[in-house]
Design a protein around this ligand. Structure first.
Ligand code: KG4
Ligand code: ZN
Length: 403
């Protein structure tokens, strides 16, 4: 997988009834105040939230309920899709009822119902999306089928009203991407991982070293008192001009070092974790420098460097984000940890941003196991030939050829 960009007028895609987005006319209208319910079930969190979007500026979270399934998956050392889907079915109604009650709203008060329609574990995605469709149908509200990655990308507008364009570093258990966020539905991937996501690599090495799931926080804790210079691990992709990542060679190198010195003492585990984290930190700094350079060359100075995803909770990684932002004269915005990891508020907010542009979906909207940001529909292009190249949604002039 490499990211190649091509120039040319963007192709905002208004999805049709077979796949989704359609202008239903039910949208509350550009710039208007609205309240949206958001449902998130793509992985191992069952989440629902109600968010208020003013005409402009940051949003207000009226409720944000997240039920983690970690305990149900811990024994297996990772998320088991069938267990996740069943757990979503069992919990979702209660979580939604709690979110509505805490927000002091009924379905009748809503302007729209948003659900993550992918990418993710398909059983779970279906649970959330089908529930959202039922609520939308019964309460006669517009449905917004949200791309989970788009929701991570737009969270910073909920928390900080960050204006477009900005550069997003998204690092979670399933994704590692550097993305130019140019407008709602207008995303250009500048870099991605060619193999494992960063969080996935943390989880895998934790499992290898006998640490609990999810591995990221455990590895970080062990690394705190370890010697990061003890093992000479590789720094994959360091110095490359593109902004892609690769983690699997690093993971293999760590396994080989561990095998050489097995059985491992507690000190060995701490030093292996510290050496691994040190390598990841250096790679992240280097890849972000490359990504920000690409951003500037194409779109000028970003309004911010934004971090999202569970990995952004790592203090060593946060430190290096500050360092790179400082070096490059970029403002760093990291939403609170609870909004960096999966939650319903980010889905509700992305739904509200789309609803404000009239981007709603029909009740046959599909659930997607895979769904690239490249394929997320944006606002329709201006119809007047004299209209400027940039419209209200920030549709600009280049896109990534994703795969
Ligand atoms: O965004 P997230 O909550 O869920 C998705 O994957 O979408 O991210 C979870 C990932 C896991 O792989 C977890 O190990 C990693 O983020 N993570 C961390 C830390 N906290 C969570 N990785 C490194 N250091 C951490 N402190
Ligand atoms: Zn996520």
């Amino acid at each position: 997988m490499t990211s190649q960009c091509y120039a040319g007028r963007s192709r905002p895609r208004q999805r049709s009834a077979d796949g989704a987005a359609a202008k239903s006319g039910l949208g509350a209208g550009i710039g208007s105040w609205m309240v949206v319910l958001g449902i998130e079930t793509t992985c191992d969190e069952t989440a629902a939230a109600v968010v208020e979007r003013p005409g402009e500026g940051r949003g207000r979270i009226l409720s944000n309920i997240v039920l983690s399934q970690i305990d149900e998956h811990a024994a297996f050392g990772g998320v088991v899709p069938e267990i996740a889907a069943r757990a979503h079915v069992e919990a979702l109604d209660v979580i939604i009822a709690k979110a509505m009650a805490e927000a002091g709203r009924t379905f009748a008060h809503l302007d729209g119902v948003a659900a993550a329609a992918g990418p993710g574990l398909i059983g779970g995605v279906l649970v959330g999306l089908t529930t959202a469709k039922a609520i939308a149908l019964v309460s006669e509200k517009p449905l917004i089928a949200v791309n989970h990655l788009e929701a991570h990308a737009l969270t910073v507008r909920l928390t900080d009203a960050t204006p477009f364009p900005y550069c997003l570093f998204l690092a979670s258990g399933g994704h590692t991407q550097i993305v130019a966020v140019l407008g709602v539905g207008d995303y250009v991937r500048l870099g991605t991982t060619v193999d494992d996501a960063i969080g996935e690599a943390f989880d895998k090495i934790a499992k290898l070293l006998g640490l609990a799931y999810p591995g990221g926080p455990q590895v970080e804790r062990e690394a705190l008192s370890g010697d990061g210079a003890r093992f000479a691990l590789p720094r994959p992709m360091l110095g490359r001009q593109h902004a892609d990542f690769s983690l699997s060679g690093l993971k293999t190198a760590l396994r080989l070092e561990a095998e050489k010195i097995a059985p491992l003492s507690e000190g060995d585990v701490r030093d292996l974790c510290a050496s691994f984290q040190q390598s990841v930190v250096e790679v992240v700094a280097d890849r972000l420098r490359a990504g920000l350079k690409m951003f500037r060359e194409r779109y000028g100075k970003p309004n911010a460097l934004v971090a999202a995803g569970g990995v952004a909770a790592n203090q060593a990684i946060r430190k290096v984000l500050h360092q790179v932002a400082f070096e490059t004269g970029t403002v760093l915005v990291v939403p609170p940890a609870a909004l960096c990891t999966d939650n319903g508020a980010m889905i509700a907010w992305a739904g509200a941003e789309r609803l404000a542009l009239g981007l709603t979906d029909t009740l046959d909207a599909a659930a997607h196991a895979r769904w690239s940001l490249h394929d997320v529909a944006g606002p329709a292009p201006p119809t007047n030939a004299d209209a400027p190249a940039i419209d209200a949604g920030g549709v600009t002039e280049s896109r990534v050829a994703d795969d």
